[in-house]
Design a protein. Structure first.
Length: 206
């Protein structure tokens, strides 16, 4: 088998900037073929040819990137369909890890020739810099996302002060002392993580 498709999990609270992150990533890598599994098509501009397979709807863009909107029950079908395309990356986006509670099983236990096309490359959490500190104490899922992520991207840093940014970083490291932290504005930041080993040999665990 040739080069595998790098698989990433993208999490974050609602309106944290996940869609902006994906749009900017596609703009940054216009010549790369990217697969994206999302909850809704409408939040990401993905005009192209629409088709269905096994009840899952897909959109194939002009450059060969593929998008789909599916529920948990069809995740494996969607991933196997993505494996049929010559993709460089696949991002599975979710607002709540509980929506994809079987993801670790899909990655580690579903063994089919098509699933062998993927190389799990890490979990990315988009942090809403404006509201993170207020929400963290009340929303357990935010801590859970950070605990099982390899990279945290603090978004909207242009709207908060340096002291707030440092408080957010301290809280993130309190939850997960091994996580890598980056800062972003409008979902834009350094995309060099695509060439790095985010998981450093550690398996994905829910």
């Amino acid at each position: 088998m040739g080069v595998k498709i790098k698989l990433y999990l993208l999490s974050g609270a609602k309106d944290s900037g996940k869609s902006s992150f994906l749009k900017n990533l596609m703009a940054h890598l216009p010549d790369e073929k990217i697969g994206i599994i999302v909850n809704e098509f409408g939040r990401i501009a993905c005009g192209g040819t629409t088709y269905k397979k096994k009840g899952v709807s897909y959109v194939k863009s002009n450059n060969g990137s593929v998008f789909c909107s599916c529920k948990r029950a069809s995740l494996v079908d969607a991933m196997e369909e993505m494996a049929e395309h010559p993709l460089n990356y696949l991002f599975i986006e979710t607002a709540d890890l509980n929506n994809l509670a079987n993801l670790s099983d899909v990655i580690n236990k579903v063994v089919t020739p098509k699933m062998e096309a993927f190389e799990y490359s890490g979990a990315i959490n988009i942090v809403d810099g404006l509201y993170f500190l207020d929400k963290l104490e009340n929303i357990e899922v935010l801590e859970r996302q950070l605990l099982h992520s390899n990279l945290a991207v603090i978004n909207k840093v242009d709207l908060i002060g340096k002291k707030t940014i440092e408080k957010i970083k301290a809280k993130i490291l309190e939850v997960n002392p091994d996580i890598i932290i980056e800062e972003a504005q409008f979902g834009k930041f350094d995309y060099s993580f695509l060439n790095e080993d985010l998981i450093k040999g550690q398996p994905f665990r829910l």
